[in-house]
Design a protein around this ligand. Structure first.
Ligand SMILES: *Cc1c(COP(=O)(O)O)cnc(C)c1O
Length: 442
């Protein structure tokens, strides 16, 4: 099928109807059969997000003087977030997503090091292997090396090994609250001490946890300290469009003080179009996601977030209890977040995932170790029993038919995970993406 810009524009009704039709082929996230991509807090909340977004759809925070109401909303969001993370004086920016928050943090730490320690020519961040690939992307873009330190048996960052990895090139430490694969909160308190001992900054990636761990803690669960209460934590990334239940395109990067944050601000002075200053990666900054995120925080309030967190925790507990009872499966990680992850003993977990997909579930496959990931939200409380029943049936299918491990996606995932030459994997994956973006491909 080919498409060009039509000679004469089509009617709005026609176009909206087509968008509804097109959307129908996408994954059915409302039913709760998808994890980690969509955070849904109900239809009413959804409508508020759409309306708030629409009011600011054309607004542009590139010029905070021209759109002072947006700048105020950004400040409000950072103030609310800072208080949630126990630092009322926190400063920061709203960004388009976790990746942008992380890009900004890495760029700022690199530039800070360039100014304060210009003799460091090959700057390094010391990080656990479970840190999100957005940091690999940032390191790749900005010429920083990630010194990846293997995690401990408990899947948490290994503080002693990270201490050993610190050298004269180290410009900072990073860790997660929680890390995405298994939902484990890294030992931030110990890392904060380590950072202070060495006079290094510590970034905490709370992209997935930032807007749920504080509520889980208030529900009375034990959550290791990870926020600005930990001395030594200098910055935190936390996504509004995850457990903040905001519309897509909103995250936060908060700093303990402007002293660190100032390195985030980019200024170009020679452009004939005028002096250009920008604190984030993107130029034009869409107003819609900022207004929607502000609306989400104000509309849900503490009560709303606590209720959503309770539902997420109950769903995660239910899934863990159900999975633990299925012979052949084993849970990974702790229960202090609402991320659930499991592996299969003896059986091929990817074959199990294939069987789950025939039952309509969208499965997140992981490796090292081979496992399945679920980011469990309030929208998943309704699917707990159905998921566990389908998983039990899928496991039995794979157990009684070992050939299933040799068909479907299982061999490819199994091989990609075991392939010793990572460059080859990279080339293969790049080829798949290039094909996806080539002309003439479906
Ligand atoms: C989602 C996530 C990110 C990246 O956020 P995006 O919004 O997808 O760019 C980074 N770190 C962690 C731990 C995450 O879960």
């Amino acid at each position: 099928m080919t498409i060009s810009i039509p000679k004469t524009g089509r009617s709005a009704d026609d176009i909206l109807a087509e968008l509804e039709r097109r959307k129908a082929s996408d994954t059915k996230w409302r039913e709760g059969k998808v994890f980690s991509l969509v955070y849904h807090a109900g239809e009413e909340h959804e409508r508020l997000m759409q309306k708030a977004h629409a009011i600011y759809a054309s607004a542009n925070l590139l010029n905070p003087m021209a759109f002072s109401s947006l700048k105020q909303m950004e400040s409000d969001i950072i103030e609310m977030t800072g208080r949630l993370f126990h630092c009322a004086g926190a400063v920061g920016t709203v960004t388009s997503g976790g990746t942008e928050s992380i890009l900004c943090a890495v760029a700022a730490y690199r530039d800070r090091a360039r100014r304060e320690r210009p003799w460091v020519l090959r700057p390094e961040l010391v990080v656990p292997t479970t840190l999100h690939p957005a940091f690999d992307k940032a390191a790749h873009y900005f010429g920083v090396r990630l010194k990846k330190v293997p995690i401990g048996e408990d899947l948490r960052a290994n503080v002693r090994a990270m201490a050993k990895a610190i050298s004269r090139r180290t410009i900072g430490l990073c860790a997660s609250a929680p890390q995405y694969p298994h939902g484990v909160v890294d030992p931030i308190a110990e890392l904060g001490e380590l950072a202070q001992e060495h006079g290094l900054p510590l970034h905490v990636d709370a992209c997935v946890g930032g807007f749920v761990l504080p509520w889980i803690e208030r529900l009375g669960r034990s959550v290791p300290k990870w926020d600005f209460r930990v001395p030594g934590v200098t910055s935190i990334s936390a996504d509004l469009h995850k457990f903040g239940y905001a519309a897509k395109g909103a995250s936060t990067l908060t700093w303990r003080s402007i002293d660190h944050m100032k390195h985030q601000i980019f200024v170009a002075t020679d452009f004939p179009g005028g002096i250009y200053a920008s604190p984030t990666m993107i130029g034009t900054r869409p107003g819609g996601p900022i207004a929607a995120a502000w609306a989400a925080l104000q509309s849900l309030g503490e009560d709303g977030y606590l209720a959503l967190a309770k539902q997420s925790v109950d769903a995660a507990d239910g899934l863990r209890a159900g999975i633990a009872k299925i012979p052949g499966l084993a849970l990974l990680g702790h229960s202090h977040s609402t991320i659930v992850s499991y592996e299969a003993k003896q059986l091929n977990v990817y074959a199990i995932a294939d069987r789950m997909e025939t039952r309509g579930w969208t499965m997140d496959r992981q490796h090292k170790p081979a496992s399945i990931h679920l980011t469990v939200t309030a929208n998943h409380l309704k699917i707990v029993d159905a998921y566990v029943a389908d998983l039990r049936a899928s496991v039995e299918e794979v157990r009684s038919n070992p050939a299933l491990a040799k068909s479907g996606s299982a061999p490819m995932y199994g091989m990609a995970a075991k392939m010793p030459i990572r460059m080859f994997v990279k080339a293969q994956v790049r080829k798949v993406f290039a094909e996806m973006y080539s002309k003439g491909q479906p």
